[in-house]
Design a protein around this ligand. Structure first.
Ligand code: GLA
Length: 672
């Protein structure tokens, strides 16, 4: 079946009508009817305007094979509609009823060790299973036919957090089909997988298996292809159900919830299939870097939607329950988290979940209505958030202008995540996150882009760790630097091609001309000192490179360890632009110094301030300047005078005193 293409106007039409969406997952099937009425009353009090219904309702709707119990859902949708609350109606397909797995064990997923997973939790399906697909499609069709034109249903939510890996027999067959399509001939596959190594040569596609448990290290090209296949297979599940919903006549936006930098789905290949990018975000309140780190995820989500507004589909209002040790959020912190997402382009703020579950695995996961009820700090905080979001209507639809591009690709992450590298301590997402913090401190928003994207419009381009680089990606970086950008490239970049084969010659082969330096050996590093003028106590660790300058200026040298005396950081000017190369994993201070210098000409969100006070975040979205204080102390932030704070109605003088976890949303005063 052909795919429909993304239509972002569908979500824009909803927010134009209701303003910023506000609500959460609503699971009425866990509660008696009397509670439903109280729920709706409390939702109105909190200003909730969108709830996701039915995510885990398959066993309620189809208690026995082929049954359809829709009456309760009719009632719930009617109640919500009567209260003016829109519904994001979910296909219940993430969690099949136990009977499906018991009657059709082939629908159950099999792990790498050949263990078949059983019902009793959730997600117990394999996306490759024909029988699962048939059942999921049948219930989705019936749901869609029944509710496509229901006035409460303003959005569709397919599945939930698609993310399974499956190594079973049916998956093996699907993997082979996918490989046939990708390679055409077994010779092409043998070439791409480098099967001359260790006698792995295949005579026929039928001999190929998923990378199940093996005696020793898996062929890395095979492993990365299995990741590509798994992401595509899950996306195909999504597409099939999405198409069924459209065919039933639904006109509302259709989406599914992403999970940030999730390893089992390349969301860049999914982004064109959802009408609105929706994401689940659970920053850990225990981590001091959470605000910056989640900002990166939010910039990624905005970028996946080409800068259009996105939807924060799930977050926790206080503690999660799936961490080992689950710190709560204060209501102020929860509010700041929500407003941060709006600052970075979200036009919808939702939670998991509306009412805290009394039973089941998530009985200690916080919710908008906690066990203790509505006479609680949590619920009062929710009411306050609803009121605040209503005040932010002027930002609906507005875009965030990013001044930097950060290059990140899932396949490169996957390839760099395989074992048997010089070090297993270099993680792509951890590096991207660390580099991004230097932008965050400066109020510089970033677009997170694929290698090969035209980045000539950005004054600053960061490539923290692009293990795989193709010629188009190398050319795009060279073009940006020629156009005047500061391009900063991190260690162990440009190592391999799309199949994971090492590019031979002095490294990084496709980038060495751009950076004016080249290397001949990558080395795992102990903690070493660097000699870097202007940065006291500079160090590197994890990985370095036996590097020489081929004309680039050397900005730092190894001062101890196996590469002592050799260049560690170089800079090659290209007219007004430049290409920096970090030939080692440098410490946070060095990274901040390099990115700070490269960003010197880039205006951050707060005029005249290059480095923001500790804990302060500044983002410009459309006409609005968002200032958030994630630190523990009140900070004095210089601001343009005469701006209106949309949250308080106050007008700024030239300094804003912002308390811990407080937020300002400042806008030129005009009749709005
Ligand atoms: C995910 C799921 C939800 C719930 C939350 C708990 O986001 O989609 O169903 O399990 O985690 O944090």
């Amino acid at each position: 079946m052909s795919s429909t293409t993304r239509d972002p106007d569908r979500f824009a039409a909803l927010t134009a009508e209701v303003g910023i969406c506000f609500g959460g997952d609503y699971n009425p099937e866990q509660w008696p009817r009397a509670t439903w009425r109280e729920d709706v009353e409390l939702m109105r009090r909190a200003g909730v305007n969108l709830v996701t219904v039915g995510v885990f309702s398959w066993a309620m709707i189809e208690p026995t094979p082929g049954a359809r119990e829709f009456a309760w859902l009719d009632e719930v949708l009617g109640l919500l509609h009567g209260a003016g609350i829109a519904v994001d109606l979910a296909t219940p397909t993430a969690s099949p009823p136990p009977w499906l797995g018991v009657r059709h064990p082939e629908t159950l997923p099999t792990d790498r060790d050949g263990v078949r997973l059983v019902p009793g939790s959730r997600n117990q399906f394999t996306p490759a299973s024909r029988v699962y697909r048939e059942h999921a499609l049948a219930i989705t069709r019936d749901l869609a036919v029944r509710y496509a034109r229901h006035p409460a249903v303003r959005m569709w939510h397919v599945g939930n957090e698609y993310g399974q890996l499956d190594y079973g027999d049916e998956a093996a067959g699907e993997f082979r089909r996918w490989l046939r399509e990708r390679y055409g001939t077994i010779d092409a596959l043998n070439e791409a997988w480098g099967t001359s190594f260790w006698s792995q040569r295949y005579a026929d596609f039928d001999e190929i298996l998923p990378p199940r448990r093996m005696p020793y290290i898996v062929n890395p090209s095979q492993a990365v292809d299995f990741r590509r296949y798994s992401s595509d297979q899950l996306r195909d599940c999504y597409r099939q159900l999405r198409d069924a919903i459209r065919e039933a006549g639904a006109t509302a936006p259709i989406t599914t919830n992403f999970m940030g930098f999730f390893p089992h789905a390349d969301y860049r290949t999914w982004a064109g299939d959802v009408d609105v990018i929706a994401d689940d975000q659970y920053p850990d309140p225990a981590s001091p870097t959470s605000p910056a780190d989640i900002a990166l995820v939010q910039d990624l989500m905005r970028s996946l939607g080409d800068g259009r507004p996105w939807l924060l589909m799930e977050q926790s209002v206080s503690a999660t329950s799936w961490r080992g040790h689950n710190l709560p959020k204060s209501p102020a912190r929860a509010r700041a988290d929500s407003l941060q997402a709006v600052a970075r382009g979200a036009d919808g703020i939702c939670f998991f979940q509306w009412r805290q579950s009394r039973a089941g695995a998530e009985r200690f996961h916080s919710a908008m209505v906690p066990h203790a009820g509505s006479d609680t700090e949590v619920f009062r905080g929710v009411v306050r958030q609803g009121a605040d979001l209503a005040r932010l209507r002027p930002v609906v639809g507005a875009r965030v202008q990013a001044q930097a591009a950060v290059v990140f690709d899932w396949p490169s992450w996957w390839a760099a995540d395989e074992p048997a590298l010089p070090t297993d301590r270099l993680d792509t997402v951890a590096e991207v996150t660390r580099w991004y913090r230097a932008l965050w401190r400066r109020g510089i928003a970033a677009d997170i882009v694929a290698g090969g994207t035209d980045v000539t419009d950005y004054p600053l381009v960061l490539v923290p760790h692009a293990y795989l680089i193709e010629p188009d990606a190398a050319a795009a970086l060279a073009a940006a630097s020629e156009a005047g950008a500061q391009v900063v490239i991190g260690p162990f970049s440009g190592v391999a091609d799309a199949n994971g084969h090492i590019r031979t010659g002095r490294s990084p082969v496709l980038l060495r001309e751009l950076i004016g330096a080249s290397g001949e050996e990558w080395c795992a590093l102990p903690d070493v000192d660097l000699d870097m003028p202007g940065v006291a106590g500079a160090t590197a660790s994890t990985l370095g490179e036996r590097l020489r300058s081929d004309g680039a200026e050397v900005r730092a040298r190894h001062a101890s360890g196996p590469l002592s005396g050799l260049p560690a950081i170089t800079r090659q000017g290209h007219g007004p632009g430049a290409a920096w190369y970090l030939g080692a994993v440098v410490d946070d201070g060095v990274l901040d110094a390099v990115i700070g210098e490269a960003a010197a000409g880039v205006a951050g969100a707060l005029p005249g301030v290059s480095v923001l006070p500790d804990g302060v975040e500044a983002v410009r979205r459309g006409d609005a300047l968002f200032l958030l204080n994630h630190g523990g102390q009140t900070v004095q932030v210089p601001v343009p005078p005469g701006l209106l704070d949309l949250l308080t109605g106050e007008v700024t003088n030239s300094v804003a005193a912002i308390g811990p976890d407080d937020v300002r949303v400042l806008i030129e005063r005009q009749d709005r």
